[in-house]
Design a protein around this ligand. Structure first.
Ligand SMILES: Nc1ncnc2c1ncn2[C@@H]1O[C@H](COP(=O)(O)OP(=O)(O)OP(=O)(O)O)[C@@H](O)[C@H]1O
Ligand SMILES: [Mg+2]
Length: 389
């Protein structure tokens, strides 16, 4: 079994995994559109979220990762109904979080979402046992009674692999066990969405991995839509989709999938995509910008199958062209022809048109050759993709 990491920078066309997932027909469980949260403290405004876009479909398990201060907790606090966004759209399981009234908000927090916080002390009451903590959440929401409640408590603790700890208080449990009980508490009232803010932030590496696997098992078993925010990049090994948040905006996404290679062996593949919002904005990776000294203005060119980006300043373009390919990767231009900066004196429309026509002809010839080859040979050498969750 092998693992491959493919960066966003690949000029190859993207797989249809992301397109399928972002299909606009199904109502998502979590939808944030141009979400803004501005805090004012001592006359200073902080834009914690600057037009964040996020979509999570029912049953998905997604991680949002980002540096400290990038807006992760702000996002989760809004999604949990504890804070309200300044502007934009935030909808969770049919609830409009910006217009929700007080009564709907309480019902939302009790029945629609469950939360797990980083601090174990915030998740559990120290003087109650594990079982009592789970039962208390049901009591507050008025769900299940008597034997049915007791059965559900034991089912949940069993699912999280802490059934034998049911009569212990949090102080008698390890950090990882406390977080498992906290997940059981969050699931007590069968929420549609589980939200977790740094659920492994106080745990060591191996305990973190075990808790994340427990969350994945819960997601598989119960189908609860799960969103984890964390600064820990290793979380991406436990989820199918990881969204990177930078400066209060989603910037890139990593999708993991399993493919069968030509020998029938499973290959784990992680592909990184830049996130494009509905008005066409995207964030270029920092290393791209540094490498080509991109800043302030860039030139764009629409090619037959991709968009080219060049430094806006001719001097910088020349500097980039002088560098070796290793030191300064070129924009995603197809090989075989040197792309000219659009709008420049050396980029007449006719030349661009003829380049496009030539590439189209080349592609048509390749497709025809491939069709000929597959007609006369065994076609089983292709790869297969299946979801990994
Ligand atoms: N109540 C508040 N008042 C003023 N500023 C705030 C408030 N809450 C958050 N901020 C600011 O908003 C920004 C985002 O904070 P947030 O807590 O969402 O970051 P984070 O990504 O969760 O960081 P960390 O990884 O350190 O937990 C920060 O600049 C922070 O200082
Ligand atoms: Mg935080």
């Amino acid at each position: 079994m092998t693992s491959t990491e493919t960066p966003a920078h690949s000029p190859e066309p993207t797989t249809n995994a992301s397109t399928a997932m972002l299909a606009p027909d199904a109502e998502p469980h979590i939808l944030c559109t141009d979400l803004v949260r501005i805090f004012s403290a001592d006359g200073v405004e902080v834009q914690a979220l600057q037009g964040l876009n996020l979509r999570v479909d029912p049953g998905e398990m997604v991680a949002v990762v980002g540096a400290s201060g990038s807006g992760k907790s702000t996002l989760l606090t809004i999604l949990s109904g504890l804070d309200t966004a300044t502007a934009g759209v935030a909808r969770v399981a049919g609830h409009d979080l910006l217009s929700m009234g007080g009564r709907e908000r309480v019902a939302y927090q009790r029945h629609t979402v469950g939360f797990v916080w980083q601090q174990t002390s915030r998740n559990l009451l120290p003087y109650l046992t594990a079982a009592e903590n789970v039962a208390l959440a049901m009591n507050v929401a008025g769900t299940l009674r008597g034997a049915a409640r007791a059965t559900r408590v034991d089912e949940l603790l069993g699912l999280l692999d802490v059934g034998e700890m049911r009569d212990r208080r949090p102080g008698e449990l390890s950090g990882g066990q406390q977080q498992r009980v906290a997940i059981a508490v969050a699931l007590a009232n069968s929420p549609q969405v589980l939200l977790a803010d740094e659920p492994t932030g106080e745990l060591d590496e191996s305990t973190s991995a075990a808790v994340l696997e427990a969350m994945r098992a819960v997601n598989d078993e119960l189908g609860v839509t799960t969103l984890i925010v964390t600064h820990d990049p290793t979380v991406s090994g436990h989820v199918r989709r990881t969204v990177q948040i930078r400066d209060g905006r989603t910037s890139t996404e990593v999708l993991r999938s399993t493919r069968l290679d030509e020998f029938g062996e499973e290959q784990h593949v992680a592909e990184e995509f830049a996130v494009l919002d509905r008005v066409g904005r995207l964030q270029l990776p920092h290393d791209f910008m540094q490498s080509l000294e991109l800043r302030d203005r860039v030139r764009l060119a629409l090619e037959a199958d991709h968009v080219g980006v060049w430094p806006g300043d001719e001097g910088r373009a020349d500097a980039a062209a002088r560098r070796s390919p290793e030191a300064a990767p070129q924009p995603t231009a197809p090989t075989g022809s040197e792309p000219a900066p659009p709008g420049g004196s050396d980029a007449p429309d006719a030349a661009a048109t003829s380049r496009r026509a030539r590439r189209a002809a080349e592609r048509a010839a390749e497709a025809s050759a491939a069709a000929d080859a597959s007609a006369g040979t065994d076609t089983s050498a292709g790869t297969e993709t299946k979801d990994e969750r």
